[in-house]
Write a protein that binds this ligand. Structure first.
Ligand code: PMP
Length: 415
């Protein structure tokens, strides 16, 4: 019963050449992107005849498209446990765009402090650094932090306006205690922004129960295609101010000298939206909700299988926590073999797709490697003169709820 939805993914039986022979591709790179599910493909195919531009069009196709778009907006708000009367879903292309949008929309100044953590993907660090001062909650060598460290950062002066944290690490699969962290921020009146890119595909998120003001995630990590993500936002945060993207659709009136912005959510919906992507995102969300219990059981088996397989490989060192509740994502290095070579040989000799490098989380990797500030500086100096290949890196294997357990055994044998 927990053998996963592998057969429901497009490309689950993809063959790749290994030593001149076709072999089933073993995809252990779900934390980068997942294949689309067949249910998502069906939803898109059914919608394609109605493909049209939203709003303002009077024709039947335009009306159907507009209705589907607004239905998806409500469905995706509910998908993450938010009440459509308090929160609204926007559809940026991905988590990166969503976080850039909200960092801009909050009207931060250089005097504002945003608390974030050393775990973050660059997408949940650089947008904040562009607009405000960032106070970083550090991690220990195991790549985790305590809730107390977050509380200390929230209580430090000046008082922060925003807490921006990942719900799960895309490098180690670590799950911070989101409920405790968000409660601490809420109790202090600090806005809570959660990067859900790694969390949402794996666990149900309850925005209302957690008191999350903003949640961002990407469709392409949850069995939907590229180009549509979710950004669920407390409506009050969007009521005033200039939108991130300005243009058609975001306005009530424009003259040569003046503009009256539209109400939420149109104000933040300039340009012709990616309705197909949004229809796909809604279909993926529905499937995830329906399968949440089964997926959780299967993913817990994957976590244990990864732990067991990786523990038997001589010279392999895990990065990040290897106990407690985690997602089926693991980072490691292998003694005597560069990370790129491990990844390249897994692909070439075994048809296994993994990723190697820093996973868009350089500060986190530098902590996991225990680098000194001088070493980090050296890597930056090297990168500046075109030697970015000197950055240290790791191998990452990552599963989705659709990864067959047997694929983890295949990885273990190959390693
Ligand atoms: N945050 C996290 C935790 C992620 O895992 C990712 C994607 N790897 C992102 C942000 C950025 O997502 P995207 O590239 O889809 O914008």
């Amino acid at each position: 019963g927990t053998s996963s939805r592998r057969d429901a993914l497009v490309g689950a039986d993809l063959l790749v050449p290994v030593g001149g022979e076709p072999r089933r591709y073993v995809d252990l790179d779900a934390a980068a992107t997942t294949s689309a599910s067949e249910g998502v493909v069906r939803a898109v195919q059914e919608f394609l005849p109605w493909y049209s531009s939203v709003h303002r069009g009077a024709g039947a196709k335009s009306r159907v498209t507009s209705a589907r778009y607004e239905q998806a907006r409500e469905a995706l708000t509910r998908f993450v446990g938010a009440d459509p009367s308090t929160h609204v879903a926007l559809f940026p292309a991905n988590t990166t765009e969503g976080l850039n949008l909200i960092a801009f929309r909050l009207g931060l100044t250089r005097d504002d402090v945003v608390v974030t953590t050393a775990v973050e993907h660059h997408a949940n660090l650089l947008p904040w650094r562009r607009h405000a001062r960032v106070r970083v909650v550090d991690v220990d060598r195991s790549g985790t932090y305590d809730v107390d460290a977050v509380i200390a950062a929230l209580d430090a002066r000046p008082t922060p306006r925003v807490l921006a944290v990942s719900g799960a690490s895309n490098v180690t699969g670590w799950l911070p205690d989101l409920a405790a962290i968000t409660a601490a921020a809420r109790a202090r009146g600090v806005l809570v922004v959660v990067d859900g890119a790694q969390l949402v595909p794996h666990r149900p998120v309850d925005v209302a129960a957690l008191g999350i003001d903003v949640l961002a995630w990407s469709g392409h990590k949850m069995f939907a295609p590229f180009g549509a993500g979710g950004l669920v936002v407390d409506r009050r945060l969007l009521a005033e101010g200039e939108p991130f993207l300005v243009g058609g659709g975001a306005v009530k009136a424009v003259s040569h000298t003046d503009v009256v912005w539209a109400d939420t959510p149109d104000r933040d919906d300039a340009g012709t939206p990616n309705v197909i992507g949004v229809v796909a995102l809604a279909a993926a969300a529905e499937e995830l909700l329906a399968a949440a219990g089964r997926n959780r059981l299967h993913e817990d088996l994957l976590v244990r299988a990864l732990d067991d397989e990786l523990a038997t490989v001589p010279g392999l060192r895990r990065l990040g926590p290897t106990t407690g509740d985690r997602l089926p994502v693991a980072a490691f290095v292998v003694d005597g073999m560069p990370h790129e070579e491990v990844a390249e040989r897994l692909a070439r000799e075994y048809g296994i797709g993994v990723r190697s490098g820093c996973f868009c989380a350089h500060p986190y990797l530098s902590r996991l490697f225990g680098l000194t500030p001088a070493e980090v500086q050296q890597f930056h100096d090297d990168a500046r003169v075109g030697r970015a290949d000197r950055l240290p890196g790791a191998v990452r294997v990552s599963c989705s709820s659709a990864t067959p357990l047997a694929d983890v055994a295949t990885l273990g044998e190959a390693l």
